[in-house]
Design a protein around this ligand. Structure first.
Ligand code: ATP
Ligand code: MG
Length: 346
């Protein structure tokens, strides 16, 4: 059984059968700290000189947070450290105000975890499995059964809950994994690549489900994914990591605002224009054959027009663009949009 992280909660009876899945509010209890997750200089080195996390400092507030990064970026390592399942090499991490190394058991009581890989026993029914996990998270037997039925209904598996998990499609298995993460009425969900293996329709309905869980139940959710394009649809904030380092952490709206740019393409004299724009206080960045400047209202248009006119350059193209978030991380465009300092998305 891979779900050993639910240890320590059995018999505490702090969740009752008639308690609904958490509803309303931003996922914060009165007096709870604003930061759902906070790390400081968090570093994890595996044997064999692999640095999976490299001095990662980030603070995440309530809501739905996308944890994005390519394969091997360190997403799963971070999640396991947050759950208190893996000790960091150095640095600190806390979840819901609790230090991950000091009290992992408490964190796992308050957190639902959906692991990345297939880890379901094939020869039990979904209802047996989810109820079992409910028992392990501290629910009495009857409550665990009722909560299992609720969770499976919520993920759309109610009709098929008496089928053996081994007979489920990949999409259904992902939903069972989500149901078991929900069964203990968590305050935080850590979902590791929940759309793994799903077709486009399955991805879209899984994202919709996660979004509804976040907004309707008011649970904070961290969704790890290497697909920035899909995750940006449902997240309030984004933490982007690469090679174990923080690339950027910000709210989705700031990502989008900062992505308003003006693309200027001249027939010749691009370097001259870049120098002139810089002289006028803009920060042009070469982008393919053109230049990009961050758009800050009419003044940007005026400055560009005057620079082009003063130099007498033949203007091919000037257009306002909204970069997709994915483009913000491309090598060419990234320098134009880096934010100063901080990984604070509270
Ligand atoms: N147990 C381990 N022993 C040695 N190296 C490891 C171990 N687990 C992970 N790594 C390495 O640490 C780095 C980060 O891995 P991690 O699984 O955290 O990345 P990830 O972002 O979750 O990747 P993916 O998108 O592929 O799931 C990778 O280079 C990986 O090979
Ligand atoms: Mg991973």
């Amino acid at each position: 059984m891979r779900f050993a992280y639910f240890d320590g909660r059995l018999g505490q009876g702090n969740v009752t059968a008639d308690q609904p899945l958490r509803a309303g509010g931003p996922g914060q209890l009165p007096g709870a700290p604003a930061a759902v997750i906070a790390t400081t200089a968090l570093t994890k080195r595996y044997p064999g000189a692999v640095t999976a996390l490299d001095a990662l400092t980030v603070t995440v507030g309530p809501g739905i947070t996308g944890l994005v990064g390519s394969n091997g970026a360190g997403k799963s390592t971070l999640i396991k450290i947050l759950l208190g399942l893996l000790p960091p090499t150095s640095g600190t991490a806390s979840v819901l105000g609790t230090d991950c190394t000091a009290d992992g058991t408490r964190i796992r009581m308050l957190t639902g975890y959906m692991p990345e890989h297939d880890c379901l026993p094939p020869d039990v029914t979904a209802t047996e499995f989810v109820a079992h996990l409910g028992r392990m998270s501290g629910l009495p037997a009857t409550a665990a059964k009722e909560r299992a039925a609720d969770s499976l209904r919520h993920v759309g598996l109610y009709e098929e809950r008496y089928r053996q998990v081994g007979t489920y499609s990949t999409g259904m298995k992902q939903r069972v994994k989500l149901a078991q993460a929900l069964v203990g009425d968590p305050r935080l969900l850590l979902l590791d690549e929940p759309t793994n293996g799903l077709d486009p329709a399955g991805r879209s309905s899984m994202l919709d489900l996660i979004s509804r869980i976040g907004t309707e139940f008011g649970i904070s959710v961290v969704v790890a994914s290497h697909l920035l394009g899909e995750i940006e649809q449902i997240c309030d904030q984004l933490v982007a990591i690469e090679g174990g380092r923080l690339l950027r952490a910000d709210t989705i709206s700031s990502f989008t605002q900062s992505s308003e740019v003006l693309l200027i393409e001249v027939e010749e004299g691009s370097q001259q224009l870049a120098a002139e724009l810089a002289r006028r206080g803009l920060e042009p960045v070469p982008y393919q054959k053109a230049l990009l400047v961050r758009l800050a209202g009419e003044a940007t248009y005026d400055a560009v027009r005057d620079a082009v006119a003063d130099l007498g350059l033949p203007l091919n193209r000037m257009e306002q663009r909204r970069h997709r978030l994915e483009e913000l991380f491309s090598d060419e465009a990234a320098p134009a949009f880096e934010t100063a300092g901080g990984g604070d998305v509270r």
